[in-house]
Design a protein around this ligand. Sequence first.
Ligand code: HEC
Ligand code: HEC
Length: 396
Amino acid sequence: MTNRTVAMMIGLVVAAPAVVAVEQTSAAPASSPAPASTPGPPPSQGDRARDHFKNLQVLGDISPSDFYATMHLIRASLGTTCDHCHDVEHYEADAKPAKLTARRHMQMVIDVNKNVFEGRTVVTCNSCHRGASHPVSVPTVEQGLFPDSTRGAAVTPQELPTPAQILDRYVAAVGGRDALRRLKTRAAEGTWTHMALGITADGHPVAVNRGKVDPFTVTTVGSDGLLVTRMGFDGTTKVEDRAAGKTTVTIQGNHGVAQTGETKGELGPISIASQMLSFGLDRELKLAADAGTFVVADPVELAGRTLNVLTRTLQGGVRERFYFDAADGLLRRRELLRPLLLGDDLIQVDYDDFRAVDGIRVPFTIKTSYLDDNHYGNTIQFSSIRHDVRQNAPGA
Ligand code: HEC
Ligand code: HEC
C-alpha cells in the first residue's frame, strides 16, 4: 500500500470555465443526504426563486440558482426558444398562451410524480414532448409491427458484466495498472474551442467553432494527493469574453480552488470530480477502485457502437453515467445529471481520438455539451501530451 494507491487528485482546469459556471447554478449542497430521486430541495430553506422573480406561481420554492437551468430544461424538452412562451422584454408577463399552458403542465408533472411515482421525478416535460411543442399521441403503424403480434420472439436473457469487470477491462484497455502506476506527471498542450451551431450547404445543423480558440498548456504534477494545474491563455488568439491570463487550479483532497488573476473561486465536488475525470493522472485506477459504488444499466447503442453503462449517485443527488465501449473497453461518454424539480439538468462529456502515449491510451479530444446557453459546448483538442514516467513503479 503506497501513497500512490491513495488516488492522486489530479486535474486541470481546461474545461473549468464552463464546469464552474454550471456548478454555481447547483443548488444541491454537497452534504445533502437527499437521494437523486428527491425532486429538488425541500421548500422554505434558504434563498428562494420567488424572492428574485415577479410572477412565479409554481416554481417559487426552487432555489434561484436552479431557475435558469429549469427554463432551459423545459425549452430543450419542447425544442423551442425562450420566446415561444415569453415576451422576452417582460419575462414576468403572462402574455403568451404557451406560458399559461406550460405553467399548467409544470403543475401536472409535479402532481403526477407525487401521486403516481411516490415523489420521484420520473415524468418530465420530455417524457411527452420529446423535442416537440405538440406531443405525438397516436403511435405510428410501424411501432406496432411484428411478425406475430401475439407472441414476441424468444429472448435469451442477457447477462450483463459487473461494474468490476467493465472497469478492469477499461484499465486494461488504457494500458494496464502497471503502466498507469508508472506515470509521474502529464504535460499537455492544445486548444479550447467554444462551439456554435452552423448550417451545412445542404441545410444540416453542425457544430462549428465560435471563433474563440484558446490555446493552453497544462502541467499536472502529482505528489501525494496534491495537485496543481496551470492553464495559460497565452494570448496568441484574441480572447473576447473569457478571462485572459492564467487560471490556476489547485486541488488537494476534496478541496479545490480556481484562480484567474485576482479572482479566486472554490471548486465544488462536481467540478473537482469533472476535472479529475477528464484530466486526472490515474482516473482509470480511481474509477476501478470505486467499482463498488456503481450499478450496471442496460447497454445502449450510440453512433454504431454498443456501450456498457455504469451509473452511480454522487453527493448532492447528482448522478453520473459512464459509457464504455463494449468492443474496446474504452470510456466514450460520461454524463452528469443534476436533479431539478422538473427533471435532470445534463452535462455530457464525450471522449474521442484515443492515442497511445507511453503505453497509455489517452483521449486527444474531449467535448463537453450542455442543455443551457453553453449547449454547443466546448471542445478540447490536445496537440501534444507527454508523460514523465517512474523507473520503478511503486506498489506495482
Ligand atoms: C415552455 C414555456 C417556457 C419556455 C420555453 C421558457 N419559459 Fe420561462 N417561464 C415559463 C413559465 C410557465 C414561467 C412561470 C413559472 C411559475 O409560474 O412559477 C416562467 C418564468 C420565467 C421567468 C420569471 C419571470 C418573472 O419575473 O416572474 C423568467 C426570468 C424566465 N421564465 C426566463 C426564461 C428564459 C430565459 C427562457 C429561455 C431559456 C425561458 N424562460 C423559457 C415558461 C417558459
Ligand atoms: C403527460 C404528457 C405531457 C407532459 C408530461 C407535458 N406535456 Fe405539455 N403538452 C402535452 C400535450 C398532449 C400537449 C398538446 C395539447 C393540445 O394539443 O391541446 C401539450 C402542450 C403543451 C404546450 C402548448 C403547446 C405550444 O403551443 O407550445 C406547452 C407550452 C407545454 N405543453 C409545455 C409543457 C411543459 C413545460 C411541460 C413540463 C413541465 C409539459 N408540457 C409536460 C402533454 C404533456
